[in-house]
Design a protein around this ligand. Structure first.
Ligand code: HAM
Length: 355
């Protein structure tokens, strides 16, 4: 309930809703599906850098494919995206298999039996999780708990044959595709619908909230939500974290930063219209570059000051003389190079070479 007493229901993630929508619209009937979505999600977590109460995800969910090939395809797809963003060296992949729910049940009992012997020494979160979600204890960062976990039974020893084989095949496919990964036996994921494959893409450049993309297989969820048994696998990436990472690594292109490349000035009233036209020509011929037209008049000095503040690398100067000669002044703003006079027809070509 909010302050006005209105009851709000806010989605924390997209997977369950995607399954519900796919079921409701008959998308899963006897066919395979690859779906995607994007939108705001809401979680009542303690906010910190990279963790917000409202954030955005892009998610992908695939239905009706039981083998590890589709698991591999999702990871190959995300690796391609990191590559396109220049992030390949900044995102590492961790994978694990948490087996079927039956094998996990047996493991859970063994883990709880082991940890109960050390109950007093566990951190508070882990104590609570002993009854709610004991597998999450494997993920504890508390040093005392970590030490106790050293002697704990390993999930790997409890894996059923089918999950083991699925995982081995997935690893072989990733190897063949040249996707580097580490197997993290403590990776269990917080959501309770997963089985078999789970994975996270993690960056070390964002501090504690370094998971930029995560997912796994959830073969039981469709049936649990009332559909026919339908296997599924998917992931979601956090857009704020992705953007934060691109900013941290200074990989954000200028047009996302809203930073100008070229600042076109107009000296005198007669120059305003031709300068506007010249700026348009530059925009047409230099797609992807931000060209700012100076507006509001003012002296040469004040226009050049604004050009400097815009962050642009070059100022284009158009005055009476230039207009008469069909040229434009080109002044580098970030180094000590002198101003050049260039034929207007050549200006875009010269700038393309310099930028
Ligand atoms: P998740 O791990 O809860 O998985 O979230 C996926 C991603 O969303 C995280 O790796 C992170 O980048 C971002 N994220 C999560 N919580 C926050 C937050 N509070 N602030 C900022 N970013 C956040 C899921 O949501 C599953 N539905 C993924 C999935 C799809 N599994 C199968 N299909």
């Amino acid at each position: 309930e909010d302050r006005n007493g209105d009851s709000l229901t806010l989605r924390p993630e997209g997977t369950a809703g995607c399954v519900r929508a796919a079921e409701e619209h008959g998308l899963l009937f006897n066919q395979t599906r690859r779906l995607w979505y994007t939108g705001p999600m809401f979680r009542h977590e303690r906010p910190q850098k990279g963790r917000y109460r409202q954030f955005h995800q892009i998610g992908v969910e695939c239905f009706g494919m039981a083998g590890p090939d589709i698991d591999a395809e999702l990871l190959i797809l995300t690796a391609r995206l990191w590559n396109a963003f220049g992030l390949s060296d900044h995102a590492r992949l961790e994978i694990n298999s948490i087996g079927t729910s039956e094998s996990r049940k047996v493991y859970r009992q063994a883990l709880v039996a082991y940890l109960e012997q050390y109950q007093d020494k566990l951190d508070d979160d882990s104590k609570r999780r002993l009854t709610t979600n004991p597998l999450r204890i494997l993920d504890s960062k508390d040093p005392a708990t970590r030490e106790i976990l050293q002697g704990a039974p390993s999930l790997d020893d409890y894996l059923d044959d089918e999950s083991r084989q699925h995982f081995e095949q997935l690893k072989a496919m990733l190897d063949a595709a040249g996707i580097a990964y580490t197997v993290n036996p403590a990776l269990v994921r917080g959501l309770d619908y997963y089985g078999k494959t789970v994975f996270e893409w993690i960056t070390d450049s964002l501090g504690a909230q370094g998971t930029i993309c995560a997912g796994g297989r959830y073969d039981g969820l469709v049936e649990q939500l009332g559909g026919k048994p339908t296997v599924a696998v998917g992931f979601a990436m956090g857009l704020e974290r992705l953007i934060l990472l691109l900013e941290t690594l200074e990989l954000v292109p200028g047009h996302v930063n809203n930073q100008a490349d070229i600042y076109v000035t107009a000296m005198g009233d007669q120059a305003v219209a031709p300068a506007m036209a010249l700026a348009e020509t530059l925009r047409n011929e230099l797609p992807g570059r931000i060209v700012v037209s100076h507006c509001g008049g003012g002296s040469f000095k004040s226009q050049m000051k604004k050009a400097d503040r815009s962050g642009a690398r070059f100022a284009v100067i158009l005055g009476e003389n230039e207009i008469a000669q069909g040229t434009a002044g080109l002044k580098p703003l970030r180094d000590d190079q002198p101003q050049q006079e260039i034929a207007q027809a050549d200006l875009a070509g010269v700038l393309a070479g310099l930028l």
